[in-house]
Design a protein around this ligand. Sequence first.
Ligand code: TYD
Length: 138
Amino acid sequence: MISDAKNWKVNTRETKVIADERGFLGELNLSEIPFPAKRIYWIHAFEEETRGRHAHISLRQFLIVLSGKFSITLDDGISSHQVELKVGDNLILEAGVWREFRALDGDAILLVIASQEYDDLDYIRDYDLFIKSKHAVL
Ligand code: TYD
């Protein structure tokens, strides 16, 4: 584990991966996800492009890097942390965290397992508004 905070937990090398002469097979039990999964999506990001740049009001997510590397910024409104995730690393990400995902190479794929179906109303896409919302509840 490389980072553990109230709103996120970064796990490294904890994914079961079976390697043989044909390649790699990764396994993830849904019981390892701390919420009932409602949606899966994946991001195949172009090199050096940043995705995310938003926070969620109630969505919980489990992210796992399937290929390449990502630089991930996590900001709870008080402090900002940067972590680098590589293949097999996973991140449990609670609501109320501003997140940014930057692909460090051209073949970076992030699988996201989410607690809710897609809902645009659950997004805070304006950083100033995010900071204001955090101070409103502090
Ligand atoms: P966006 O939130 O900009 O992606 P990212 O968080 O990677 O920066 O989403 C891009 C588009 O995809 C936007 O129009 C919303 C849509 N979308 C869905 O339709 N379903 C989904 O599950 C997600 C995550 C996004």
